[in-house]
Ligand binder design. Structure first.
Ligand SMILES: Cc1ncc(COP(=O)(O)O)c(C=O)c1O
Length: 374
């Protein structure tokens, strides 16, 4: 594909000397797990994301599982979440023993609809798990109000939103915890798996720290080989932490570039019969994905591919219709907005290394292809 949807290789090549030095330093240090790079990465990301604490783990999926467990979610609890997200959001709820209960999304930004969430609350509801999908923050104000009114925990899935803001605050400032992913295609992507839990309360932070390290605790005063919880082995290794610390120096600039690309796409694709992302004044959208909606989505994707422009569907199936989750008892028609979005969304190339020429090509090709299909 001449212009791919994402291109982690371009970023890694541009930083290759810095990255190689960071990796060599770790090799020479002999400290590979829970070392200085991990600790520094935790405080640096917490600062950028507006939280008091950051606790690095093995992946964004582990971050969700551990954050839910640390917030006390377990068997018998219901967690209200979106069916229009990556599978890990639902998977984590089931892994901690709780039941995912879906609510529909807002068609304008693809994020969980707070009014629909409220209609799903029962006596068993313990938490809400909104996702900041595509880098656009979910409605943090509404979810704070709902959680206060109904005494619910809120864990945000911020895997796609590192550096995004809502009402002037970083995503880590909201809820009981927020989780991040450093999967290589993320806006802060490592060279392997990685993730982080952001938290503001010391209690949750301590539980996450314990859970990521086999539930190790300090009941007796000396934490080594004493265990407070049944935990996990989920620590970010020092190679990933060092790579991520190099890239963290560029994250603000990269997010600004994503915004500038999005602005050009939005201005230049206006007037076509497709739905464009709507920047919300209360949010700093980091455009992890630039997701449009088009009725003949598959035909458009095929035309773009033929003309050398990559595109990808995130996500083609809403989770309530996925085979693995049919036992939850949902059927087609239960979440019409999520189902429509899954049939119509298409993500266009979006990464900071896109050249001006690439951007012009994407715009011209989308214009030409969409016009041929109306
Ligand atoms: C919304 C969302 N949640 C969770 C995850 C899981 O992250 P990871 O792949 O690091 O486990 C991802 C990324 O793939 C994601 O996009």
């Amino acid at each position: 594909m001449a212009i791919p949807v994402v291109n982690p290789k371009a970023q890694n090549l541009a930083l290759k000397d810095e990255l190689a030095r960071a990796v060599q330093d770790v090799l020479a240090s002999g400290s590979f797990v829970l070392g200085p790079n991990g600790a520094l990465l935790e405080s640096e990301i917490a600062e950028i994301c507006g939280s008091n604490y950051g606790i690095a783990v093995n992946s964004g999926t582990d971050a969700l599982i551990i954050a839910l467990a640390a917030a006390g979610i377990g068997p018998g609890d219901e967690v209200i979440t979106t069916p229009f997200t990556f599978v890990a959001t639902t998977e984590a709820i089931i892994i901690v023993g709780a039941k995912p209960v879906y609510a529909d999304i807002n068609p304008s930004d693809f994020n969980l609809d707070p009014a629909h969430v409220e209609s799903k609350i029962t006596s068993r509801t313990k938490a809400i798990l909104p996702v900041h999908l595509y880098g656009q923050c979910a409605d943090t104000k509404a979810f704070s109000q709902i959680s206060e009114k109904h005494n619910l925990k809120v864990v945000y899935d911020g895997a796609q939103a590192i550096g995004a803001e809502s009402h002037g605050k970083g995503i880590g400032a909201f809820g009981d915890a927020t989780t991040l992913s450093f999967y290589p295609t993320k806006n802060l992507g490592g060279c392997g798996d990685g993730g982080m839990v952001l938290a503001n309360c010391e209690n949750i932070c301590n539980r996450v720290r314990s859970l990521r390290f086999h539930g190790q605790g300090n009941i007796t005063g000396d934490s080594t080989y004493t265990y407070e919880h049944v935990g996990f082995c989920s620590r970010l290794d020092e190679f990933q932490a060092a790579v991520l610390r190099v890239k963290l120096n560029y994250i603000r600039k990269w997010n600004e570039t994503r915004q500038a690309i999005a602005k050009r796409y939005i201005e230049s694709l206006a007037g076509l019969p497709l739905q464009l992302p709507v920047p919300k004044p209360e949010n700093y959208h980091i455009y992890h994905q630039f997701s449009i909606r088009f009725k003949k989505r598959d035909e458009l994707a095929a035309k773009l591919a033929k003309r050398g422009v990559g595109s990808k569907v995130f996500y083609p199936n809403p989770l309530h219709l996925e085979y693995a989750y049919l036992p939850l008892g949902y059927k087609r028609g239960d979440f019409p907005e999520a189902e429509k979005a899954a049939a119509e969304v298409l993500c266009l190339p979006m990464f900071p290394e896109l050249s001006d020429e690439d951007i012009d090509t994407v715009i011209a090709t989308v214009r030409e292809s969409a016009q041929e299909l109306v």
